[in-house]
Design a protein around this ligand. Structure first.
Ligand SMILES: Cc1cc2nc3c(=O)[nH]c(=O)nc-3n(C[C@H](O)[C@H](O)[C@H](O)COP(=O)(O)OP(=O)(O)OC[C@H]3O[C@@H](n4cnc5c(N)ncnc54)[C@H](O)[C@@H]3O)c2cc1C
Length: 289
C-alpha cells in the first residue's frame, strides 16, 4: 500500500484547495483497509474519495487521511439479475457507464457526479430528483468498533445530501437494487449530461454546489443570483456566472478566500430572506470544523 507524507492536498480536491498533508494512506485491497483499522479508529482520521465535495485549510491537515481512490478498481458485479454490488472506490461515472452499456436504467443521474461511490454514499449524492440511498439494498462498512458490518439500506436514515453515519467509519461497498420496471432509454444519460454542460461550469475547479438548497422549492442558486452581488470574488475564488451555487478557483484561490466568500453570501442571504444557508461542501482543518 502506498503511503505519502507532507504533500499538497490541493490535488486531492477538485476545487484545488488545501495546505499540506500528514500521512495519506492509499489502500488497494480489503486487507490493506483492515490493516488500517487502528488508524481509522482515531477520532481525526479522515476517509476521502475523489475530493469533489471537500476543501482543506490552507494550513493543511496533519492527521491521517485514508484515500479510497485506489481501492478495488474495476469491481462491479451484477447478480440475481436485479442487484449490483459496487466497490466504494469505483467512480460514479464509471458505474453509470457500466449500467448504460448493460441497458440498466435508474442510475443515469450518477454520471455527472465526479465522486466515488463511497463518497456518494457518505453524501447521499443525487441529481434530477434521485439520490443514491433510494436504491441501496445494503452496504458493507467498517464500523466504529473497527469491524466489517453489513447494514440494510432501510436501517440508515438518509435525507437530502446527508445520512446518519453515527456507527460508520468507512463504506467498503454497496448492493444497489435495479428497478426492473424502469425502461431503458439511452437518451436519458445523454440528456442529463447535456443539461449539466449547459447549466453548470463543468471542467473548472469547483466542488459542485457550495450550499444545500433550503427546500425543494427554493434553490440556493436562485437566492444568490437574486442578490445581484457587486462583490462576487474574494482573492482567487469567485461565484460562477453560469451557476451561482458553484464557487470557482481561478488557480490562486485559498481556503481563506473560500470561507470569506461563503460567509459573505451566507450573511447577505440571511439579511435579505432570513434564510440560513447550510454548506454542502465539507471544509477540514486540524481542529476538524
Ligand atoms: C462539477 C461537480 C458537480 C457535482 N454535482 C453533484 C450533483 O449533481 N449531486 C451531488 O450530490 N453532488 C455533486 N457534486 C459533489 C460531489 O461530487 C458529491 O458529493 C460526491 O458524492 C462526493 O464524492 P467524493 O468521492 O468526491 O467524496 P469526497 O469529496 O472525497 O468526500 C465527501 C465526504 O464523504 C466522506 N467519504 C468519502 N468517501 C467515503 C467512504 N468510502 N466512507 C466514508 N466516508 C466517505 C468524506 O469524509 C467527506 O466527508 C458535484 C461536484 C462537482 C465538482
Amino acid at each position: 500500500m502506498i503511503v505519502e507524507n507532507n504533500i499538497s492536498l490541493k490535488r486531492f480536491t477538485t476545487i484545488h484547495i488545501g495546505g499540506n498533508s500528514g500521512k495519506i494512506h492509499f489502500p488497494e485491497s480489503l486487507d490493506d483497509i483492515l490493516s488500517l483499522s487502528k488508524i481509522l479508529l482515531l477520532p481525526k482520521t479522515l476517509v476521502i474519495g475523489k475530493g469533489s465535495n471537500i476543501a482543506f485549510s490552507d494550513n493543511g491537515y496533519k492527521f491521517d487521511i485514508v484515500s479510497l481512490r485506489k481501492y478495488v478498481k474495476g469491481k462491479i458485479t451484477l447478480f440475481d439479475d436485479n442487484k449490483i454490488s459496487v466497490s466504494a472506490g469505483i467512480s460514479c461515472a464509471r458505474f453509470a457507464k457500466y449500467c448504460h452499456k448493460k441497458s440498466i436504467s435508474g442510475f443515469e443521474f450518477l454520471h455527472g457526479i465526479p465522486g466515488l461511490i463511497g463518497g456518494a454514499l457518505a453524501m447521499n449524492a443525487g441529481a434530477f430528483n434521485q439520490s443514491i440511498w433510494n436504491h441501496v439494498e445494503s452496504v458493507n462498512v467498517i464500523n466504529k468498533k473497527g469491524f466489517i458490518e453489513n447494514i440494510a439500506g432501510n436501517d440508515i436514515n438518509a435525507s437530502y445530501r446527508s445520512i446518519d453515519k453515527e456507527n460508520i467509519l468507512l463504506f467498503l461497498d454497496v448492493i444497489l437494487k435495479i428497478d426492473k420496471n424502469k425502461i431503458f432509454d439511452k437518451k436519458i444519460l445523454i440528456d442529463f449530461l447535456e443539461y449539466r454542460n449547459r447549466t453548470q461550469p463543468i471542467g473548472q475547479w469547483s466542488s459542485g454546489c457550495i450550499f444545500k438548497n433550503p427546500s425543494k422549492k427554493i434553490s440556493a442558486s436562485s437566492l444568490i443570483d437574486s442578490l445581484k452581488l457587486k462583490q462576487r470574488k474574494f482573492g482567487g475564488i469567485y461565484i460562477s456566472t453560469k451557476h451561482c451555487n458553484y464557487f470557482i478557483n481561478d488557480g490562486n484561490g485559498s481556503c481563506d478566500d473560500l470561507v470569506q466568500l461563503i460567509n459573505h453570501v451566507t450573511k447577505l442571504v440571511k439579511k435579505k430572506y432570513n434564510i440560513a444557508l447550510t454548506k454542502e461542501i465539507c471544509i477540514y482543518r486540524d481542529d476538524h470544523e
